[in-house]
Structures are given as C-alpha cells and as structure tokens.
Design a binder for this molecule. Structure first.
Ligand SMILES: [Zn+2]
Length: 322
C-alpha cells in the first residue's frame, strides 16, 4: 500500500483547515501606528515607510507599482463608558465588502437608515434636522488603512495606520496624494521621468508630524517626505518579509459579531453571556436575573452568576483613540 495520501483524505484535511481558520483578534499595541498625540503630548514626529496593501504568496515583482490604501467603512459612535472608557468607539461596518458576505446585514447602517427615513416623514424642519443628524451619526464613514514600517521601530514589524477620508480634501489621504503629485511633477520637469515616492526601492520615507495648538485645542497633522530616496530596507530579504507579512486588517481591528452590533444599535450595553455563548444587552440580562430571583425566591442575588462585561484585550484595543 502506498504511503501517498488519497485525494479524499486531502480534501477532508483541507475542509477541516477551513473550519479551524478563524483569525483571532489579539490586541498588541505594536500592531498600530497612529498620528494622534497622547494626553499632554505637544508634538510628535514619526518617519514611516508605506507598504503595499498586502503581500501575496507570489513573489512581489514590481516594487514601484502597487496599491497602498485599503478602503473600508467604520461606524464611530459615542458609547457608554462601560463599553469604552473614552466614551467613543469605532466599529467596522458589517456591510464591508471585504467581509465576504459573512454577515447578513449591519445593524448600525440600518439604524442610520431608520433615522433618515424618520427624517423624511417628520413634519417640522427642526425635527427633520435632528433626525438627519442622528442618521449621520450612525452612518458608516469611509476609512483608509495603510500598512507601514515605523523607522526606529523596525524590529516591531508591520504596523497598521487607520485614518478617515475627509470630504474637504484635507485628510491624510489627500496630503499623501498631494505630496506624490508634487514630487512626480518636479521629476517630470527636471528629468522627463515619472517619480513615485511610494516606490519601495527608489521612493522615500514619509514624515508625519502632529502638533497640538493650545489656543484652538486642536492637533494639526502635516506630511512631508524625507530629503533622500532610500529603499524600504537595504536587505531585500527583510523587505520581502515585511511586504508579505501575514497580518491583515481583520487581525488588528476587531470585527464585532452581529448580536453585539445589534445591541449597540439598540443603545444598550453588550455583556457576554458565557452560558448562552453570545452577547446580550446588559439591562435585559439584569431583568433575567430579577426574574430568576423572583422565581427562586430565596436565592441570594450574589449567588446568581451574572454575565460580566468582557474586559479582554479586544476592549482595551478598541478603546485607544485611533
Ligand atoms: Zn454598517
């Protein structure tokens, strides 16, 4: 008998692998770059190199021709401090095309639509305005994600940088686009050749500077390029390792489950019910407890095992201001 695996055995293994494969979200601060200042910080200057959206199993051939901006949609909401200490939290929209139909719908998008519909049917203008504002707050906003290497932190590997699209043309995406255009134009004028600052071999590092202005209580972000062209790394093997890094955006930005998102859309606080193995609204679970207490009259409330707010890393991660 041959030792070779039968095709059917291979298939069983493949199917099993598919079932097992579920990217597990583990928060690690090293996975993120963000331009925001920490409390009390006045200025931050970071030199980064922007990578292609993702590598591929095939050998990456063209170091000057790749897409750098991954586009997704995020709901950014004011939430109860029990959900996020900062009072704000970002949720990846479940309608995102990249989630490959894993979700039937996005409760937060639906909530937004609901408010817009109510606005259309409202009778007075102030009412319409207030409802439209709510619709807009729940609406998913276009967001870019880029992969970067932060200079001076090369040993921490590939990091992810997420920033919102700005309709006024003043967002980070726009600043990078303008910089690309300026350098390309300069090059064409001087040499007749195109120049791509994002080229991984002949391009440039990008310098991101954030400055806090006390008078306006605002932080401004500026973007410029390094003075000289340098490769992503002098070591080609290192370069390929970063380009083909396996981490993807869903590994570093938690995708919430449908039941969790529904509870958020309902304005409730999600708590994980370990017995039911899904998320429940905090108040409704308390009601359940109360019911239980009345039926089992003498059971002490302390003994009733309540679902607890999951304070795992995922929550901490989402609490960071980016
Ligand atoms: Zn959505």
């Amino acid at each position: 008998m041959s030792d070779e695996k039968l095709l059917i055995e291979e298939q069983f293994e493949d199917e099993n692998k598919k079932k097992e494969y579920k990217p597990k979200f583990e928060f690690n601060e090293k996975n993120y770059f963000n331009e925001k200042l920490k409390k009390g910080e006045k200025k931050k200057e970071t030199k980064i190199r922007i990578l292609p959206i993702n590598g591929s199993d095939e050998y990456f051939k063209d170091f000057g021709n790749f897409k750098a901006f991954f586009v997704t949609h995020i709901h950014s909401l004011k939430v109860d401090k029990e959900i996020s200490q900062s009072g704000f939290k970002k949720f990846v929209c479940l309608n995102d095309e990249h989630l490959e139909g894993s979700y039937s719908h996005c409760p937060l998008c639906e909530k937004s639509k609901e408010y817009y519909n109510k606005a259309n049917n409202a009778e007075t203008e102030p009412e319409k305005k207030a409802l439209r504002k709510m619709g807009s707050e729940y609406k998913a906003k276009k967001t870019y994600i880029v992969r970067v290497i932060v200079r001076g932190q090369e040993d921490e590997g590939v990091k992810f940088w997420r920033f919102n699209a700005h309709s006024d043309g003043k967002g980070i995406f726009d600043l990078l686009k303008v910089l690309y255009e300026i350098r390309n134009k300069e090059s064409i004028e001087a040499t007749g050749e195109k120049y791509n600052i994002f080229d991984l071999k002949n391009g440039k590092d990008i310098i991101v500077t954030s400055i806090y202005d006390e008078d306006t209580d605002r932080t401004s972000v500026s973007i410029t390029d390094a003075g000289f062209s340098t490769p992503l790394s002098k070591d080609e093997e290192q370069m390929m390792q970063w380009i083909n890094d396996e981490k993807t955006w869903t590994d570093v930005y938690a995708i919430k489950t449908l039941d969790y998102m529904q509870i958020i859309a309902d304005g409730e606080i999600p708590v994980y019910d370990k017995d039911k193995k899904h998320w429940v609204a905090k108040n409704s679970s308390e009601e359940d407890d109360k019911k239980q207490e009345t039926t089992e009259e003498k059971s002490k409330p302390d003994k009733v095992e309540k679902p607890v707010v999951e304070t795992n890393n995922e929550e901490i991660g989402d609490d960071l201001p980016f």
